[in-house]
Write a new protein. Sequence first.
Length: 110
Amino acid sequence: MRRHLWGLCGFAALSVAATSTVADEEPDLVGCSYLGLDLYGEVILVSDDPDVRVEIVQKDPDIRVQWVNRHAGSCGYWRLVGLGADFRVQIVPENGDIKIQEVESNPGLP
């Protein structure tokens, strides 16, 4: 069963607010990390004070993400948890720190 972030939490329920950044600015991705934060592992969704703000896109992502119910120890594998997360994610409609595309296979860097 395909699990999309929108189906897991509902965009309206997040009450997100986009903050201003330069829209054409490239994200500071090095390998599979953003500003030293590994982009795999256990994730908690937050409405404020995130480690990374993500924008969900259908094409041209910075990283492809596959939601899993098991160990998420490789690039692009994210496991949604309630507590004990490796990093905090806020979903924003635009101007995210990184752009992700949800996939069913082949997660990681494009």
